[in-house]
Design a protein around this ligand. Structure first.
Ligand SMILES: Cc1ncc(COP(=O)(O)O)c(C=O)c1O
Length: 392
């Protein structure tokens, strides 16, 4: 049976090997705790669940979604209110916002909508693994832009060869960053817009962690003057409202790109279930206090993990954004080997940095989305079973 060549471009999934090892351990009766995946175990706020239940009772909502590919106007208006209230960003609900089935789906449609076969598309290394497949699927080529500690893990635009910058047609970025936890500044966003203008690059600013920041300004890419001329921001209800399973997000910004994304969606899916969009409106309009509680929770968990890592010899500073800790592996380990070591010694699963790009080698990622008691247990196991670590 033939399968498409484009699928062969997708490298073997590093997590798959890890998943097999976890399943083997579970079969042997080992109580494995996973700190590998960024999927909150905490529940969606109750008013959002209630709104879904009410909307699901209305047969009108059992039909194809209203305004299919764009999303309901009332949902888009709620997105516009949210951006105004939380980021002081003005958006026109009529043509600058489109509902998504999560920001991951948006990344794929962005590539479909903007990128031509043979194009070069800039992505960061390390970076979210969801960008490259969309680029490959449209027969374009990703170009890795390294993120380095000495630049606070922000893109160093000056280090991108000028012929590559001129050739590139699009770029994916993500701050607060998965996997690193780095955050953008207003100055960086201004530089980003200038870089995109100079080189005629369309930006996909993937911002699902925009609400997850600690002690720094909450920022949208659309805060930068001129941002709407060069790109779109993808955002999502997944992380701020514990709604990863609901599959709802939004693309906002440049009306031509938003329209192009909507066209790609119109020819692929038929939009987000209306009842989920009604629940989304409740989340966006009524659940600011839930975000505050979520931040308090992640802040507490983050500090606990940092304290344990310090006891064991790490010297990491707490990250300023997202719910991940990106830490170097001790001397003598690759990232995959250290993940194996953690599984073997502590029955704790963490993510290998190499899964996020070649520059991720030498690091591992801890996620803070697990419940308090299990996190405490994982940290106790680390204190009990890991030796004091040494670093190169
Ligand atoms: C950087 C980044 N973009 C997109 C996504 C996908 O989010 P959504 O649930 O909105 O599709 C994730 C999920 O982990 C992510 O880390």
């Amino acid at each position: 049976m033939q399968t498409a060549d484009r699928l062969k471009k997708i490298p073997p999934y590093l997590f798959m090997t890890l998943r097999n090892k976890i399943n083997d351990a579970k079969k042997r009766g080992v109580d494995v705790i996973s700190l590998a995946i960024g999927d909150p175990v905490d529940p969606t706020p109750q008013p959002v669940i209630d709104a879904l239940c009410a909307a699901a009772q209305d047969p009108e909502n059992h039909r194809y979604p209203t305004d299919e590919e764009w999303g309901m106007l009332s949902f888009r208006e709620a997105v516009a209110r949210w951006y105004k209230r939380r980021y002081d960003v003005d958006l026109n609900a009529a043509n600058e916002i489109c509902a998504l089935i999560g920001s991951k789906e948006g990344c794929h449609h962005f590539a479909m909508a903007v990128v031509n076969p043979g194009d070069t598309v800039l992505v960061t290394d390390p970076g979210y693994p969801g960008y490259r497949p969309g680029i490959w699927f449209v027969d374009a080529t990703p170009y890795d832009v390294p993120l380095k500690e000495e630049n606070d893990y922000l893109v160093d635009f000056g280090s991108i060869p000028s012929d590559v910058a001129k050739k590139a047609t699009a770029m994916f970025l993500n701050y607060p960053n998965n996997p690193i936890g780095a955050v953008a500044t207003r100055a960086f966003l201004n530089d980003l817009v200038a870089f995109a203008r100079e080189n005629d690059i369309v930006l996909c600013y993937d911002n699902p962690y925009s609400e997850v920041v600690f002690g720094v300004e909450r920022l949208s890419f659309l805060n930068a003057p001129g941002a709407k001329e060069v790109g779109v921001e993808l955002n999502s209800l997944s992380k701020p409202y514990n709604m990863t399973g609901w599959r709802i997000g939004m693309a906002s910004g440049n009306p031509d790109i938003v329209k192009a994304i909507a066209t790609s969606k119109a020819n692929t899916d038929s939009g987000v279930f209306n009842a989920v969009q009604y629940a989304g409106i409740t989340a966006l309009d009524e659940c600011d206090a839930d975000i505050d509680r979520m931040l308090e929770l992640y802040g507490r968990r983050r500090d606990k993990v940092i304290a344990t890592l310090k006891e064991l010899g790490w010297k990491n500073e707490p990250p300023k954004g997202a719910f991940y800790l990106w830490v170097p592996v001790p001397k003598g380990f690759t990232s995959a080997e250290f993940c194996d070591f953690m599984l073997e010694k502590c029955a704790v699963v963490i993510a290998p940095g190499a899964a996020y790009g070649k520059n991720g080698e030498g690091y591992v990622r801890f996620s803070l989305t697990i419940g308090e008691a299990r996190l405490d247990e994982a940290l106790q196991r680390m204190r009990d079973n890991l030796p004091k670590m040494e670093f190169a």
